[in-house]
Ligand binder design. Structure first.
Ligand SMILES: [Zn+2]
Length: 582
């Protein structure tokens, strides 16, 4: 790989790599070689300025300081001032480090050598300046002997920058010999029914092994070190001259923290979440471990089909929570003339039940409507286990015209204890403007008018999870991520729940949610908010479920022997639900 970076005939070198492989080391060696042997202006672009600074301080500085050939050529390697952190002058050239998120750093006079690291994490556009990669490459046109190194773990199929570049290369994979039959092969994860690749038995990561593509014998992680030492890079398209491209995934990693059993363990967790409709972890696994592209699959279900799924639970005649539910959340979307409230019941595996959908009419600028909401939030919900459940977490969106009132309402409460000991947590929320943020970053921000923590909600990601879960159809009508609906889910509700659709922008290639015309979106926003609440409060749903059952058993015994006249369902104390968190 280093030979190709040293070869002046290679205008571009493409490295598709899992994270924590040798990408950073390659970049460092490339820079060292260029400074020492082939000096000129070098620009190293990373995804953010923060990462560029970190790379300079933790990787580059020690190398420039400790290498005797480099230390005499580079001036002022001690990072005294900020500008010496991101700019290194040396004999015959300069090395500048920038973040793709800062367009000013990309407007640099002329560059001979350009290193673009983690290109699939770059913003699509550097503000008004356009594509950061194009911007940087434009700076290199004056040098005939320029070299551009693009490296990244891949991102989404459609938006990936590295994969179209990779497609044009000679596509080299590291081939390692099988310890049994000596057949050279690249290491791949493989699909379930492939007769090669990563395999395991009984869903147990400890049994992980690799199946040889030739002799189909089992290869174990301990044999990997011998294989790596005896491997070589093999071109898929040797006829493509001076187009070196390297692909490496984490199956090759010699690190003990990424042994094959650890990778299988990560995969099984990611797959579990994916089955629940939450593909975030699987996407990360495919991108950063397998160095593969993620191709999102998406089908938004039809309302007509969903309305057939309405179940008979918590009915007007029999307002009793199903036995599986152990945790309640409520989210409120503030409109100009009403408060839109949806209460969800959660059980193990983030399976959820719509409990109530309530519209409280009035003017949110006045106190009355908030008092009514407050009383509503204290409702005791009768549970099938003959005890009462209360709402544990409440979120209110500050995005409308009444942010001040929301701040005031949440500020007075935050973490409050009802008279019967029940603890309720209140969250003021706001949707991220930045696309595809995580559902919650678990921290509230304090720089707001209310002076209380304001929680940002990754609405794009949350909507993806909700729509994936809506698409879960199983015969059992339950399980991980499954959404249950009761009589509150009428045609209007489903129109509101499916009030947006995902489209891919033809120019920016970014997927975004757009409203379907003439539909109100409060119900979808409330579902997003409720998902945020269960993520931010992280209840241990397994433990709470077990404890609820035990509590119910004890109460039954108590009713039988101690207080035969007392109806157990009216027992007030249920605060223990809130005590059991992770
Ligand atoms: Zn073999």
């Amino acid at each position: 790989m280093l030979d190709e970076i040293g070869n002046p005939l290679n205008e571009k070198v493409i490295i598709v790599s899992a994270t924590q492989m040798m990408k950073t080391i390659i970049m460092m060696i490339a820079e060292a070689w260029k400074i020492d042997q082939h000096p000129g202006p070098i620009l190293h672009v990373m995804d953010t300025i923060l990462n560029a600074t970190r790379y300079s301080r933790e990787r580059l500085d020690p190398m420039l300081r400790d290498n005797r050939f480099l230390s005499i050529k580079v001036q002022d390697v001690k990072p005294k001032k900020a500008d010496t952190v991101l700019m290194k002058k040396f004999v015959g050239g300069i090395l500048k480090l920038v973040g793709a998120n800062s367009p000013s750093g990309l407007i640099f006079t002329t560059i001979k050598d350009l290193l673009l690291d983690e290109v699939d994490s770059y913003p699509i556009s550097a503000f008004d300046f356009g594509d950061p990669v194009e911007l940087a490459i434009k700076r290199t046109t004056e040098f005939e002997d320029r070299q551009i190194i693009l490296a990244s773990s891949p991102g989404d199929e459609v938006t990936s920058r590295i994969m179209p570049e990779w497609d044009l290369t000679d596509q080299r994979y590291y081939n390692v010999p099988c310890p049994h039959c000596d057949e050279g092969q690249k290491l791949e994860w493989g699909r379930v029914d492939d007769d090669f690749g990563m395999k395991w038995k009984n869903e147990d990561p400890k049994t992980a092994f690799y199946l040889c593509i030739q002799c189909h014998k089992e290869i174990y992680n301990r044999e990997k070190y011998w294989m790596l030492a005896n491997g070589l890079w093999k071109k898929t398209f040797p006829e493509r001259l001076y187009k070196p491209g390297f692909h490496i995934n984490r199956l090759y990693s010699p690190s003990a923290t990424t042994s094959w059993d650890k990778l299988v363990e990560d995969f099984l967790i990611a797959r579990k979440y994916s089955k629940q409709g939450d593909h975030e972890r699987l996407k990360v696994f495919i991108n950063t471990t397998l160095a593969g592209v993620w191709s999102p699959k998406f089908n938004i279900p039809k309302e007509e089909k969903l309305i057939q799924r309405v179940e008979q639970y918590y009915t007007p005649e029999k307002k009793i929570l199903p036995e599986k539910i152990c945790y309640l959340t409520a989210f409120i979307d503030v409109q100009d003339t009403w408060l839109h409230c949806i209460i969800l019941g959660w059980c193990i595996g983030e399976e959820s039940f719509l409990i109530e959908r309530k519209l409280i009419f009035g003017n949110p600028a006045q106190k009355m409507i908030w008092n009514e909401l407050d009383i509503y939030l204290m409702t005791a919900f009768e549970h099938a286990l003959k005890l009462n459940l209360y709402i544990s977490a409440i979120g209110i969106d500050t995005g409308g015209h009444h942010a001040d009132e929301v701040y005031a309402f949440v500020k007075e409460r935050q973490v409050r204890q009802l008279r019967n000991g029940v603890v309720q947590r209140f969250y003021a929320t706001k949707g991220w403007n930045t696309p595809w943020k995580p559902i919650t970053d678990l921290k509230g921000r304090l720089n707001n008018k209310g002076g209380i923590p304001l929680y940002m909600v990754g609405t794009d990601t949350a909507k993806e999870v909700i729509f994936n879960r809506l698409a879960i159809e199983n015969e059992e009508k339950e399980g991980y991520g499954y959404l249950h609906f009761n009589h509150f889910a009428d045609a209007e509700f489903f129109e509101g729940l499916i009030s947006e659709t995902l489209i891919r922008d033809k120019i920016t290639k970014i997927s975004k949610w757009v409203p379907i015309p003439n539909r109100r979106n409060e119900d979808l926003d409330c579902y997003v908010g409720n998902l945020f609440l269960v993520r931010v409060t992280k209840p241990n749903l397994v433990k709470i479920t077990e404890d609820l059952k035990q509590k119910s058993e004890k109460m039954k015994e108590g009713t039988l022997f101690d207080q035969p006249k007392e109806p157990s369902a009216k027992q007030p104390g249920s605060n223990w639900v809130n005590k059991w968190r992770e």
